[in-house]
Design a protein around this ligand. Structure first.
Ligand code: UD1
Length: 307
């Protein structure tokens, strides 16, 4: 079996690559290393890595024709809401146009694939009050990032239905774990918290800490991606989360207890466009056999010790 992982040197992508290699897949990664790192890939000696931009159509088309992938996992993206607000047009080129062009090329070239999995985000749900979010809950994309993710989802699913491509989309909630880069202003809060605790640096808390999120450990995310790609799934969307709503304040206290370190906190106003509460209904994923193996305390402990 041969798999393409775009964004495969990034945080989630590299964990997926490791897993696929262990399953005996031949894995090819396309990553421009704008956020990813070569060191993230454990088996770099057997993984073929192309340092390329997914917008490079000549390259991408040549690769698809040459390699004839069984599975395509599309993770390459401008991965942050705030980043997309800084550069909406470029985000659109990367997060939307590049995916659409790949789908169109697959269609026109009659390439046969077993599954095309596109990674979307809980950001598509926006700030509507209905909780927990089900895959059929109303969406309200509020940023260039969320708009592109939602529009691309629709294309991915509609291409699947219209042209018989086995396409699926996943909506990641707040994924955390080793290799999440803490150094960007757009980094996930748990990588920033880990960094602050390890270096005894000040953590800036946006808002009152009562905002809630559904944090899911990266190993559980990989389990979900594997189930979704292996089971009979097609033209549908899956939430990928833990299914538990926790406040940021609870996360901070739990992490302090686990590490035995005291967090230095400075408070500032909430972020613009911030989602107040977020939690997923994960019953669709559970129907595929998904079980969370990494409750928060276990995930945080592992992240602290190994990440
Ligand atoms: C996350 C995802 C985003 C996704 C969205 C879906 C990350 C990095 N971002 O955004 O890609 O589209 O979920 O809902 O995973 N915070 C602080 N101090 C900090 C950093 C963050 O207080 O230094 C707070 C934020 O204001 C927020 C919470 O922590 O309330 C989580 O922030 P963050 O990890 O950036 O994730 P989301 O904003 O939920």
């Amino acid at each position: 079996m041969k798999a393409l992982v775009t964004g495969g040197a990034g945080f989630i992508g590299s964990h997926l690559v490791d897993y696929l290699v262990k399953q005996g897949f031949e894995v090819i990664v396309v990553d421009d290393l704008s956020m990813g790192k070569i060191d993230n890939i454990e088996n770099i000696d057997i993984v073929k890595l192309y340092v390329e931009d997914v917008r490079n159509q000549d390259f991408m088309r040549g690769l698809l024709l040459r390699e004839r992938f069984d599975y395509i996992y599309y993770l390459a993206a401008v991965a942050s809401v705030a980043d997309s607000i800084e550069r909406p047009e470029e985000t659109h080129e990367i997060n939307h146009n590049a995916v659409l062009k790949m789908l169109e090329f697959i269609r026109c070239s009659n390439l046969s694939i077993k599954k095309f999995l596109f990674t979307s985000s809980a950001a598509v749900y926006g700030n509507l009050s209905e909780l927990p979010k089900r895959e059929d809950s109303r969406v309200d994309p509020l940023s260039p990032y969320a708009i592109d993710k939602y529009a691309t989802e629709r294309y991915v699913l509609t291409y699947g239905e219209l042209y018989g491509l086995p396409t699926v989309c996943v909506r990641f909630f707040n994924v955390y774990g080793p290799r999440q880069n803490p150094s960007s202003p757009y980094s996930g809060v748990l990588s920033i918290l880990t960094n602050c605790l390890k270096r005894d640096e000040q953590f800036t808390l946006y808002g009152d800490g009562k905002q809630t999120r559904d944090f899911v450990y990266v190993e559980d995310v990989i389990q979900a991606l594997w189930l979704i790609s292996e089971k009979e799934t097609s033209h549908e969307v899956f939430n990928v989360a833990n299914g538990l709503e926790l406040s940021l304040q609870t996360i901070m206290t739990t992490y302090e207890r686990i590490t035995g370190c005291k967090l230095k906190v400075s408070c500032t106003g909430g972020r613009v466009g911030e989602v107040t509460r977020s939690v997923a209904n994960i019953s669709k994923l559970a129907d595929l056999g998904y079980k969370t193996h990494w409750p928060l305390e276990r995930g945080l402990t592992q992240y602290w010790e190994g990440g």
